[in-house]
Design a binder for this molecule. Structure first.
Ligand code: BMP
Length: 262
């Protein structure tokens, strides 16, 4: 069972270079924390990435919320990723037909495929969406996640939709390396998916707009997920982002150590 193996042991089970490098990085840095940097000014985003950089394995961006986006932002973020040893995940949530997502991923203003190690997609359109993204991402050694579930109240991504999403992921394992999910699913022979979970917070349980926050231990130990994604719990309400990132890194890592030692 993947959940009881270390990230390092699991890195050997992947053929996708980004998944392999990511699992090695997590182990090296003792971090399963991803910060969701939902800020709409370039300077603030760079400042946050630099502050939390020492504690994270992955910076999650919503690049289209940045009002003063330019190529220099991408250059600075990729430089920070090198400096602090983290990867970048553009949380684009593609949701169109294969041909359209190919264009959205590779071109336009953002050219996501040129800088984002990992991106993600909804399965609503069917598996053509994976084929389109894979055509652009695989030659660049990128990886993607499928949204199998969501953290928000009333989500329609559940039951049979989730089951079918996992089936598609198994078919394209060279590129689909994991899920956005709320719990770990039963492994089949040869499976090793990376489970990333948003909706994580230690101080509040809801934002009044459908978001539902769970404690890192519940996510990593009880539910068997691999990466905690934390946004406002780290930078919201005037919090000291570096201090909070350290706190979440420790909580996430301790829950992982407890899980693999069980
Ligand atoms: P916060 O911790 O501030 O609630 O941020 C959560 C982040 O994770 C947001 O960037 C959101 O877009 C993303 N997210 C989520 O909250 N739930 C999901 O199911 C999938 C997401 O990508």
């Amino acid at each position: 069972m993947s959940a009881s193996l270390s990230y390092l042991e699991r890195s050997k089970l992947h053929s996708n270079p980004t998944a392999k490098a990511f699992l090695e990085l997590m182990e090296r840095k003792k971090s399963n924390l991803s910060v969701a940097a939902d800020l709409n000014k370039k300077a603030a985003l760079i400042e946050l990435a630099d502050k939390v950089g020492p504690y994270i394995c992955l910076l999650k961006t919503h690049i289209d919320v940045v009002e003063d986006f330019d190529q220099d932002l991408v250059d600075q973020l990729t430089a920070l990723a090198k400096k602090h040893d983290f990867m970048i995940f553009e949380d684009r949530k593609f949701a169109d037909i294969g041909n359209t997502v190919k264009l959205q991923y590779g071109s336009g203003i953002y050219k996501i495929a040129s800088w984002s190690d990992i991106t993600n997609a909804h399965m609503v359109p069917g598996e053509g969406i994976v084929q389109g993204l894979r055509e652009v991402g695989l030659p660049l050694n990128r990886a993607m996640l499928l949204l199998a579930e969501m953290s928000s109240a009333g989500t329609l991504a559940k039951g049979d939709y989730t089951v079918k999403t996992v089936e598609v992921a198994r078919k394209y394992k060279d590129f689909v390396v994991g899920f956005i999910a709320m719990e770990r699913y039963a492994d089949k022979e040869g499976d090793d998916f990376i489970y990333m979970t948003p909706g994580v917070g230690m101080d509040q349980t809801s934002d009044g707009m459908g978001q539902q926050w769970k404690h890192p231990r519940e996510v990593v130990f009880d539910r068997g997920c691999d990466v905690i994604i934390v946004g406002r719990g780290i930078y919201g309400g005037g919090r000291d982002a570096a201090k909070e990132a350290k706190r979440y890194q420790e909580a996430g890592w301790n829950a992982y150590v407890e899980r693999i030692s069980k």
